[in-house]
Write a protein that binds this ligand. Structure first.
Ligand SMILES: CC(C)=CCC/C(C)=C/CC/C(C)=C/CC/C(C)=C/CC/C(C)=C/CC/C(C)=C/CC/C(C)=C/COP(=O)(O)OP(=O)(O)O
Ligand SMILES: O=P(O)(O)OC[C@@H](O)CO
Ligand SMILES: [Mg+2]
Length: 229
């Protein structure tokens, strides 16, 4: 699977506006993939609009499913989050159970990539929605990573600080733990310097909100990540 080689990801939120010119710069930036995803106001219209517009370019496109009503065929990959540090089974496995019961027969399993999320910014929307337990120690996070890799055998463990720059100690401890599962880091990257710092530990660095706030700064993260070994 190509995602094993991705170093840099731009995450586009289907609930937010982006002009054709800005989108072209993102798609032609040298990023490895565009992931389409967000927490709320994710609609089928928004998901289809980005699919059609990004398809004009060569970059692969993945949908990170946040609700079942906005899923459409046509994406290269489907990323399925399960929030390991949520206290509500809905976000760990119940929505997934419902989806598989309803659509299991038509699913193309090879296109699906399960992601074990550990959400660590207490004030972000996704933490609030999924009732994530964010006040946890580094040892707790490392244990979730170990669980993702060795117990559930998930291909991706996602350290999520959505909206705020994360703790490098946490990311580095998780990296030391993981052998096969890929480490995605996302949250609060606003500069090339921060992107390069996280790229020292994370296999894949995800850049989201800054696209909508400072496109030039967002574009600079691509080279920063790619140049970090
Ligand atoms: C070809 C075809 C149609 C195939 C698909 C078949 C199919 C139906 C497959 C579904 C398989 C399946 C098991 C689906 C699971 C369904 C589901 C709804 C699961 C729940 C996923 C989940 C836990 C969502 C919670 C939210 C979450 C973790 C979202 C990820 C994105 C994220 C963290 C965004 C960050 O938030 P953002 O919006 O950026 O925040 P700000 O606005 O504050 O920036
Ligand atoms: O939007 P930011 O804070 O860059 O976070 C990226 C991504 O991890 C969100 O799911
Ligand atoms: Mg966002």
């Amino acid at each position: 699977m190509d995602y094993l080689e991705w170093r840099h990801v731009f995450k586009l939120d289907p609930a937010k506006e982006i002009s054709d010119e800005e989108l072209e710069r993102i798609c032609e930036s040298g990023t490895d993939v565009i992931i389409v995803g967000g927490t709320d106001n994710v609609t089928l219209d928004g998901v289809l609009d980005l699919l059609v517009r990004v398809r004009r370019f060569e970059v692969p496109i993945a949908l990170e499913i946040s609700n079942i009503d906005s899923v459409t065929p046509g994406y290269d990959y489907y990323f399925i989050p399960t929030v390991l540090n949520s206290d509500d089974p809905k976000w760990i496995k119940n929505l997934h159970h419902e989806a598989i019961k309803e659509y299991g027969d038509i699913m193309v399993w090879d296109e699906l990539v399960a992601e074990g999320y550990c959400i660590l910014n207490p004030t972000c929307k996704v933490a609030e929605v999924t009732k994530a337990k964010t006040d946890i120690s580094i040892d707790d996070v490392v244990a979730y990573a170990c669980m993702a890799e060795n117990f559930f055998r998930l291909p991706v463990f996602y350290v999520e600080y959505s909206g705020t720059y994360g703790d490098i100690e946490v990311v580095s401890a998780v990296k030391n733990e993981l052998k096969n599962t890929r480490l995605f880091y996302g949250g609060g990257i606003t500069s090339a310097k921060q992107a390069a710092e996280m790229a020292k530990y994370a296999d894949t660095v995800v850049v989201g909100n800054i696209i909508y706030e400072d496109l030039k700064a967002a574009l600079a993260t691509v080279k920063a990540v790619k140049n970090t070994i």
